[in-house]
Design a binder for this molecule. Sequence first.
Ligand SMILES: [Zn+2]
Length: 417
Amino acid sequence: MASVESLNGHDHETTFVVAFDGSLQEVEAREEYPSIKVGYLQIAGVAVDLPAFFAARTGPFIDPRRLAKASQSQIINAALPSANIPARDGGTVTENWRREVFETFSRQGVDDFGTGTISLLDAIYYLHGSPEVRADTITVGVCPYKTEDDCSAKFIEVPPEGTSCPTCGRVVWPTDVLRTHEEFDEEGSNLTPLTRLMNSAERLLCVAYLTGFAKTAPSLLSRIAFVTDGPLAFFGTTAKLKSQMISFLSHLNNMLLQRGMPPPLLVGIEKSGLFVDHAHAVTKAIPAGYLVNLDELYIRQRVKRKTSKGLYGVDEFYGRRFFFKTTSGNTLVVTVPRISGQPYGDSPGCDSLDEYPTLRPILRLLDRIETRLYPDAVIPIALAHSAAALPLGTGSDVLQILAKDLITLSAGGRDSS
Ligand SMILES: [Zn+2]
């Protein structure tokens, strides 16, 4: 345990917070057998001007109109074909899903920088290169037709427009690197691949912002905090992107260091899950203004009691987890990237607080922007959360109507081809 004030680290003058959140829903467009499902995703990046935000705060209250003026959102949304929607060109349901994922990622992204849109697909290529130079191709580890057609092709180099598999000759999209098709169910629910997509899109949107600032106004980067909903990690089929993210961030920090600027502040905040439950259970033992550095042994013995294979977090995390108790008594579960290198595993020094020089400015900032309106949340995340929210309840009728339209379009396209 350590007090925030005892930490070494830069003193940032943070003037902007960009927060990311997403939501998803799967809607049944036809209930009778075989049921037809459509998945919806909405991702929001919300930029909050901190001086304007603090001006909107009077005592414990916030003037919503002034708060709205202090923030700006970038919304990404997608309707994705789920169960039983075949492709317009007669392809399979899985092929339809893969192509829609590719098209969504190609079309949508950030257009705030006056350099044209930096799409989620562009972000994948910057992630595999550096903030300054994007990779020309990325490697898709196994052919997407491995299971279906027994194609044995491995390590396929894919340019942004896609390519043909050198072995089976069928199309490989760059977004196949996310491998969501491996968990896709042609006839059932697809909440798992939708969740993977949503989480990757949130993190890639952050990469798009980091790239946009690095290209147009690098000096601003040191004055912005990027807050992601959930841990700084890529899970399941998308886990390979973790290593790319560590190297991308290391490039970015080096680039700034050469110009004498501190690294940008990046943090993930968890709203639910095993670690949030545990943080609540031990909150009495943490003094306000202190953080707990969760080491391997603690996680193994106290949080995740099941013995898991291998070292915790090594495959997924590009940040390290900490518990932090704010001065008003909220306990936050945060992940923060290491200055360079792996935050977990046998990488020397990964458990030393000195390797996380952004911790102090991040925690001091979170202390200022937390809110009692939502437990364990900070205002920018709450704003991103409402910006990303899909219509619920009676509102989901809208999604059903949209879903029916999508299917009619798809069927119409098929008839005419
Ligand atoms: Zn193939």
